[in-house]
Design a protein around this ligand. Structure first.
Ligand code: ZN
Length: 1014
């Protein structure tokens, strides 16, 4: 008999099960997908991997989610295409092979001890392509072992000949639309590699982020200029002094043959990258100019240079302007300097005499008397608000941020700002910038704002203005408009990330699209350059259609009935091929003649593209919103017709290992294949998907994975137990018994009714990819129901065939809902319980059977569950060892009143006690309640504290007999009372002849029987 305590302790051989199903899937080519016009298609892709290391646990989440999505849609009846390629483009693999060649110890050890690459293989890594193909293979094996349901016929690499032709076509198409521009623009830059850098090229995968600073020029009396960098050019009207670091070595330079500047050494170098001609004349320590005066370029006032150790030589020019009226840091620095100047021997005699100048007013920070003279500056006010003590105080940062954004959005320029008076700061800022830049008293300087950013070669990156270079012009206004239009029509999952996309689309500007070195496709316009990895990976989803039609090198198939392009014929293909296949442009006969392939082959590829495009879902990690995913939208809208624009983007957070970020230095990187061996693919899949909502970081922990493993073990054991029960009754059972005609018991009907609720909920969760919620329901809520069912049938000592029928329906549905997440165990269990198809995928996703919904059964079991919990509470408090328990269900009149109150609350939305009481008293049938207001108050509370589903369910039940289920559960109630011999008696309050020595029955309420214990 099925029994909780009967643990079979079957040690499941996971790897055997996994191997078996991998083989079967392969054999049946179950994941290969071709056009089938009788079915709706669903096309899912996930960012292809970069093969410079094996995949580890951290990589697995996005792929596993995409796979679960693909499997779910397949079970819903869609013709799902889920392909995979490999991204070889760029410099990282090249950089790695150079580091191997130079005997880089750290990298060698990583390969040897973390990735367990054999020595021979490592030796071969001096050739970049060997690294790529080694890890390509490794990643592919891992994906198969994880059970990813991929159509491998479409696999390609981004250095395949035809792929390069495809990328050339992409760039030619963009150029025809005027979206490839040549010009001078700032880019992140590695000075050593002489190459632009972006996220893929940097250590830690950071996108170099830079901003436009305004260099305002102050004149020393010896003709030298001191430029200072600021993001707030409007505050030039409030400058009182400059800050210079006395201990920094600055340089005197000749710049662009016309001016002489004093800047830090670092700044001199940065200026060169920004296209300035810089000649260093001599060096000078900051302390040599402390105390001197400069002329400010607007007011022509003479202002002093004061010493400040907080000024960093690698920020801006190493000298900054001080605006104590509006910059809390400057205000505090002046205060501190006043106090400490006497302590510095070297600056004896330095007079610190500065009055903050207020140039921006706003409601909250601007204080003035009738004469409009400023009493207290905004910076001073906010400093006292945040109780800042000195320059080291962390509150200063908060004060600064608050004041800056307050003034930007709400501030207006005051009278002392000349023609800008009355203007909002947000407007004046740009006007002032334009004026001083065109006057020549200021210049633009680009500066990294997230530095240091290091190239993978180890060199610190800078901003460089790249001349006459090729850019994709993401700054194009019309292009942005189309991108927004596409985004507005797309599903973004989760929806909360949509705003981030809007932001990125607005702010993207020209982007360098080529590199001097690395693997990839030559820029068709200028063959000295290679298209970089974030530019050749934006429309390749369409290439999966083409890739299926290329024979690989080994199979020189001469079978002319097979419509394939032989790899040796790729040379003949040109842009007209892609124009026709992907855009439907051109004349097919002409294309066939030009490209030397048959019309029928071209039409077959075109038809397949028309069938599978547009892309239905693009899965990716959250860190790619700011580049890849946005470029993906941009390039699609530029190249493809509206009906082929992508439909959905799904974004997920990353994976933490035991609460920590994964990193080599922490030694917590676990290669995926090693983890599969240890814990099984299914358990890893569930651990990745069940621990967090989409955008949160998932925390991967070994305790969690063990818990999940044992949950899966249970599911397997239950299936085995069930198969034994089933064999006892014979296999004819299922066809011969029609459940509705059989004499089912309450708990049978309850389990199947609950199952329908779960199917509804889980399907809704899956449709929104709320996989954590879906998994929680499948693993835990369904399990709770099963436990209760077992408790009930055990207490009743049932041993009938209906149990097998009920369980068969329950297990069948549960395992089908688990199948997208844990495919191996699901297939195995499906086979054990006698599933009808070769694979559970063909069994389809469960559909709700409305006939099995049974509110009476649900109410009955809930009554028993609640009663047991009440009973156990009483026993715990009173410490009685019961011999007899009497349960009183409420009188009929109470039930009628309850129903009325329920209607007031649910249908008339009345919850107020007084209102309800008034209504009840008005009606002669219920008027007698005026003597028992407490009863009504309690009933209202009962209803309001019940879950919504329970309220709605009860509204539909016009009459519910509580006595029947309670009698049915007598045996269980005895057991749960702690004494199997306890006598259970059930009375209705209405019975005249009832045992009620303490008059407890009057306390009974509908769905809340009264209990008396002896
Ligand atoms: Zn570099």
């Amino acid at each position: 008999m099925i029994n909780n305590n009967n643990n079979n302790n079957n040690k499941i051989n996971w790897s055997l099960i996994e191997e078996k199903w991998r083989y079967r899937w392969d054999e049946q080519q179950i994941f290969n997908s071709d056009p089938d016009f009788s079915k709706e298609k669903y096309f899912i892709t996930v960012a292809y991997p970069y093969p410079n290391s094996p995949q580890h646990i951290g990589h697995g989440r996005t792929y596993t989610l995409a796979d679960a999505h693909a499997r779910y849609m397949r079970m819903k009846g869609y013709n799902v295409l889920f392909p995979m390629g490999f991204h070889y483009t760029g410099t990282p693999i090249l950089g790695m092979s150079r580091r191997i060649a130079s005997g880089d110890k750290e990298l060698l050890e990583t390969f040897q001890y973390i990735y367990h690459v054999s020595e021979d293989a490592i030796k071969s890594f001096v050739e970049p392509i060997k690294i790529a193909s080694y890890f390509h293979n490794e990643i592919k094996l891992g994906m198969k072992e994880m059970g990813y349901s991929i159509d491998w016929r479409r696999e390609f690499t981004t250095i395949d000949k035809l792929y390069s032709k495809f990328i050339s076509w992409q760039f030619n198409t963009l150029r025809k639309k005027g979206l490839i521009v040549q010009g001078s623009h700032p880019v992140g830059w590695c000075p050593k590699d002489q190459n632009p850098v972006s996220q893929h090229d940097t250590i830690g995968d950071v996108e170099p982020d830079f901003n436009e600073y305004i260099l305002i020029k102050f004149k020393l009396d010896d003709g030298y200029i001191i430029p200072t960098a600021t993001l707030r050019p409007e505050t030039i009207y409030g400058v009182t002094n400059l800050w210079v670091n006395p201990n920094v070595e600055y340089v005197r330079i000749q710049i662009d043959n016309n001016e002489r500047w004093i800047v830090s050494k670092e700044a001199a170098r940065k200026l060169e990258f920004l296209n300035h001609k810089v000649a260093i004349k001599s060096s000078i320590y900051g302390k040599e100019i402390v105390g001197k005066y400069v002329e400010d370029p607007i007011r022509k006032d003479s202002i002093p240079l004061y010493p400040a150790s907080f000024v960093e030589s690698n920020n801006g020019t190493g000298i900054v302007m001080s605006v104590p009226g509006h910059a809390p840091y400057d205000f505090q620095a002046i205060e501190d300097l006043k106090k400490n100047v006497s302590l510095h021997n070297e600056f004896v005699g330095l007079k610190v005499d500065v009055t903050p100048i207020t140039i921006i007013g706003s409601d909250d920070y601007y204080y003035a008397d009738v004469n409009d003279s400023i009493l207290i500056s905004p910076a001073a006010k906010i400093i006292s608000k945040f109780k800042v003590k000195d320059q080291e105080d962390p509150q200063l940062e908060k004060a600064t941020n608050e004041l800056y954004s307050h003034e930007y959005y709400k501030g207006k320029m005051l009278q002392n700002t000349g023609k800008y008076v009355g203007m909002p700061v947000s407007v004046a800022k740009d006007m002032i910038k334009n004026e001083i830049v065109s006057n020549g008293v200021a210049e633009i300087m680009f500066e990294l704002i997230n530095k240091p950013v290091r190239c993978r070669c180890g060199t610190e990156c800078v901003v460089k203005i790249l001349n006459d270079q090729w850019f994709i012009n993401y700054g194009d206004k019309n292009w942005k408009k189309l991108a927004h239009e596409c985004l507005n029509k797309m599903d973004i999952v989760p929806e909360e990330i949509r705003q981030e996309f809007n932001y990125v689309i607005d702010w993207l500007r020209e982007r360098a699209c080529a590199r001097k070195s690395g693997l990839g496709t030559k820029l068709p316009l200028d063959e000295d350059w290679i298209i970089e990895s974030l530019s050749d990976s934006v429309i390749y989803m369409s290439y999966y259609i083409v890739a299926k039609y290329i024979t690989n090198n080994n199979s020189i198939s001469e079978d002319s009935s097979k419509l394939m392009i032989h790899v040796n014929n790729v040379d003949a293909l040109n842009d007209s091929f892609f124009d026709y296949i992907l855009l439907g442009n051109g004349d097919v006969r002409q294309v066939a003649a030009e490209c030397n392939i048959s019309i029928s082959l071209i039409e077959a590829i075109r038809n397949e593209f028309s069938y599978f495009y547009p892309l239905d879902a693009r899965h990716s990690g959250r860190d790619l919103v700011q580049n890849h995913l946005s470029f993906f939208i941009f390039n699609h809208v530029a190249i493809f017709a509206r009906e082929n624009w992508p439909r959905k983007i799904v974004v997920n957070g990353s994976v933490l290992m035991e609460g920590k970020k994964m990193s080599k230095s922490l030694g917590n990187i676990i290669p995926l294949r090693a983890a599969i061996k240890e814990y099984s693919a299914d358990a890893i899949r569930l651990a990745m998907l069940s621990s967090a909502e989409l955008l949160q970081d998932a925390d991967f922990s070994f305790d969690a994975i063990k818990g999940i493993r044992s949950k899966l073990d249970d599911i397997y054991d239950i299936a085995l137990e069930y198969s034994m029960v089933k064999s006892k009754f014979g296999s004819s059972l299922f066809s011969s018994i029609i459940l509705s005609e059989a004499k089912t018991e309450i708990e049978d009907r309850w389990l199947l009714s609950r199952l329908q609720n779960h199917i509804t909920d889980i399907t809704a969760s899956m449709d929104n990819l709320r996989v954590r919620k879906a998994l929680h329901d499948i693993l835990y809520l369904l399990d709770q129901d099963l436990q209760w069912y077992r408790k009930r049938i055990t207490a009743k000592n049932r041993d009938d065939s209906l149990i097998a029928v009920t369980l068969s329906i329950f297990l069948d549905n549960r395992i089908r809902m688990l199948a997208p997440f844990a495919p191996f165990i699901s297939e195995e269990v499906w086979e054990i319980i006698g599933g009808k198809y070769d694979s559970i995928i063909f069994a389809g996703w469960p559909i709700v059977d409305e006939d099995k919904r049974d509110p009476v059964a649900e109410e009955s079991e809930q009554l028993i569950i609640n009663l047991i919990s009440d009973l156990q509470n009483i026993l715990k408090v009173t410490k009685i060892s019961p011999t007899k328990i009497i349960i009183y269900t409420s009188a009929r009149w109470k039930q009628q009143i309850y129903q009325k109150i329920l209607e007031y609350i649910l249908l008339e939305n009345k919850t107020n006690f007084g209102d309800i009481m008034k209504e009840l008293v008005k009606d002669p049938e219920t008027a007698k309640v005026k003597n028992d207001p407490k009863l009504i108050r309690n009933m209202i509370e009962d209803i309001l504290s019940d879950p919504i589903e329970a309220r709605n369910r009860r509204l539909k039940l016009t009459f519910f007999d509580e006595i029947f289920p309670l009698n049915d559960a007598k045996k269980l109630l005895s057991l749960e009372s702690g004494n199997a011999q306890t006598e259970i008696i059930v009375h209705s309050e209405d019975e005249i002849q009832k045992y009620d020595p303490r008059e407890k029955s009057k306390y009974s309420r509908p769905f809340k029987p009264a209990i008396y214990i002896e």
